[in-house]
Design a binder for this molecule. Structure first.
Ligand SMILES: [Zn+2]
Ligand SMILES: [Zn+2]
Ligand SMILES: [Zn+2]
Ligand SMILES: [Zn+2]
Length: 226
């Protein structure tokens, strides 16, 4: 399959950049600088640490997000956020892997799992790469990188989105028009993308079809993006 060119939008200035340029852009974005500067003014007491995280599909890196996450929240809060924005279909299990340790919601002692109720700043530091899996059947794998650590005004949401990929272009495998639906069965061979016209004629039947959504969980289990 041809490599997909991935672009995305900066949430501060609304400019579009390709994936590799976005990390650099966020460091120098003028709108971002102005916003953070004003939020810090006269606010010495309310400062707290945040992590800049880059989250991407481990095997589908064209899906990515830059997040600003309060460093003292627990992993299970990050888990909930990832489910809400990208992954949740039917309440599957999930796990983080950080430096060869597994963190789950209900840890099994016999596998030496740890609880997700641990603070990010107890297990993460700048430069670290870690992993996340959602659903141990039809798994969606994510890679997360700690880009940097930032001091900011503590008030406000504990997770904020700074940039996100634009929906990647997918073409119907039959006629080449933009795909709108995906066959859960055929996607495993990379052949599941279908347009509105070709979808009803697809051999696997309409029960196997899901909408094309901007998420690394597209075409998996019952994920519709709602
Ligand atoms: Zn920007
Ligand atoms: Zn599911
Ligand atoms: Zn078609
Ligand atoms: Zn099919």
């Amino acid at each position: 399959m041809a490599r997909i060119q991935s672009t995305g939008k900066c949430c501060f200035c609304s400019s579009t950049f390709n994936k590799s340029a976005m990390t650099r852009h966020l460091k120098s974005c003028k709108e971002r600088e102005a916003k953070w500067k004003s939020s810090l003014e006269n606010n010495e007491k309310h400062r707290t640490k945040f992590f800049h995280l880059l989250v991407e599909g481990r095997y589908l890196p064209e899906y990515w997000m830059h997040l600003l996450v309060k460093a003292n929240i627990t992993l299970d809060k990050l888990d909930t956020y990832l489910r809400d924005i990208w992954l949740e279909c039917c309440g599957h299990l999930s796990a983080f892997t950080i430096e060869d340790r597994t963190y789950t919601f209900t840890p099994f002692g016999e596998y030496e799992e740890k609880s997700m109720r641990i603070k990010l700043n107890e297990v993460l530091s700048p430069g670290m790469k870690f992993y996340y899996e959602y659903d141990f059947g039809t798994t969606t794998h994510l890679t997360l990188k700690v880009i940097s650590e930032i001091e900011l005004n503590a008030k406000g949401k504990f997770i904020r989105i700074m940039a996100r990929n634009d929906p990647p272009e997918r073409n119907c495998v039959v006629c080449g028009k933009p795909a709108t639906q995906v066959c859960v069965h055929c996607i495993r061979e990379g052949m599941g993308w279908l347009c509105d016209e070709c979808a009803p004629k697809h051999k696997c039947g309409e029960d196997m079809l899901l909408p094309v959504v901007n998420s690394p969980r597209v075409g998996k289990c019952g994920y519709t993006g709602d």
